[in-house]
Design a protein around this ligand. Structure first.
Ligand code: SF4
Ligand code: SF4
Length: 339
């Protein structure tokens, strides 16, 4: 089964947003170079296949030469590529045109611009407007990926006023092709700024409970971190959580890393029941568990679970106790006896 491949090129960023999951900023030094990204891409493409490649950070466009080189290679395999950026380069139209043209020539198929109160404290609205206009000039679709926050000021309407036209919501699109679209989700309280939040009542997903159930990212996405470690999912969780950053691609064969992940009881548990399934197991064993009734998103719950030593002790027991049950469920899914 083909998988998505995400390169977190670096945690280096030109700005320091008040909220940032991976705690990015100007002082980070580590980054993935083009040779390593091309090699990793080839290893995955020839073994598992690659559905799409995402370049993110930090701010990936701080590493344009490595981006151009890697993308030019991937372009020859005809695989869609997306860049997640704060679009700071939109502050100068001529520079923006040069960058966007080069990225188009290298095979870029979509931009995600991170926009919200936190980003716009540092990146002007005019820069976003210019970056959108230039992307349109070169026919690169733009998703404005917005994050909400209780009492936040910016909204879809803010960006519609900025661009002087309605922007369709991503969920309302009838086709996968678009010129511009807007998505909005709650800021996930992980990483820098998360400790500022004390009242989750308005914010947690009480209604749709999207944080419950199997994790759809495990086994589907592969994320390569700036330190060349591989994560078996979206890679949003705190980098200090060793359960999620386990394999050094520098010294371990790529396929071995993927096979280890595939046979991990923990990842199978997350894929089959999600962090909410693990939480339910912990609740049964630990009356004084300390979980909230609702969470903003499943990664937030995952983060809470894996930073707490008392939960991890129970998980270790659970992995032994639930081994046969998880194996059975996995086989059923593989044999397509269940949906
Ligand atoms: S949220 Fe994005 S733009 Fe802001 S500091 Fe983090 S990586 Fe940089
Ligand atoms: S819920 Fe956990 S396993 Fe799933 S993507 Fe988030 S951090 Fe990864």
């Amino acid at each position: 089964m083909s998988k998505g491949l995400t390169f977190i090129i670096s945690d280096k960023c030109n700005i320091t947003c008040d909220f940032c999951g991976p705690d990015c900023g100007p002082d980070h030094k580590e980054s993935l170079d083009a040779e390593f990204m091309i090699e990793t891409f080839e290893k995955q493409n020839s073994s598992l296949g690659v559905t799409n490649v995402v370049f993110t950070g930090g701010e990936p466009t701080l590493f344009l030469n490595d981006l151009y080189k890697t993308m030019s290679h991937i372009k020859t395999r005809n695989i869609p590529m997306r860049i997640v950026t704060n679009a700071f380069w939109g502050r100068n139209r001529k520079t923006a045109e040069k960058i966007v043209k080069n990225l188009l020539d290298c095979g870029l198929t979509e931009f995600n611009f991170s926009v919200d109160d936190f980003h716009q404290k540092y990146i002007s609205y005019q820069s976003i407007k210019t970056a959108v206009e230039v992307s349109k000039e070169f026919s690169i679709p733009v998703l404005l990926a917005h994050k909400t926050y209780p009492n936040g000021r910016s909204s879809k309407e803010t960006f519609e006023n900025l661009l002087g036209k309605p922007i369709p919501g991503l969920e309302s699109l009838e086709s996968e092709e678009f010129e511009i679209a807007f998505s909005s989700a709650n800021t996930i309280p992980i990483g820098r700024g998360a400790e500022e939040i004390t009242d989750y009542s308005e914010w947690s997903d009480n209604l749709n409970k999207s944080w419950k159930g199997p994790c759809k990212s495990v086994f589907k996405d592969i994320t390569v971190q700036p330190n060349r470690q591989l994560s078996p999912c979206c890679g949003i969780i705190d980098r200090k959580t060793s359960e999620f950053y386990f394999s050094d691609l520098e010294n371990t064969n790529f396929l071995e890393v993927v096979e280890n992940a595939n046979s991990s009881v923990l990842y199978n548990w997350l894929a089959l029941e999600g962090p909410s399934g693990i939480m339910d197991y912990i609740k049964e064993k630990l009356p004084d568990h300390g979980f909230r009734d609702s969470y903003v998103q499943n990664c937030e719950l995952c983060q809470q679970i894996f930073k707490e030593p008392k939960y991890k002790k129970i998980i270790a027991i659970g992995m032994e106790e639930k081994f046969n049950e998880l194996l059975f469920k996995r086989r059923l899914i593989e044999e397509e006896f269940v949906d």
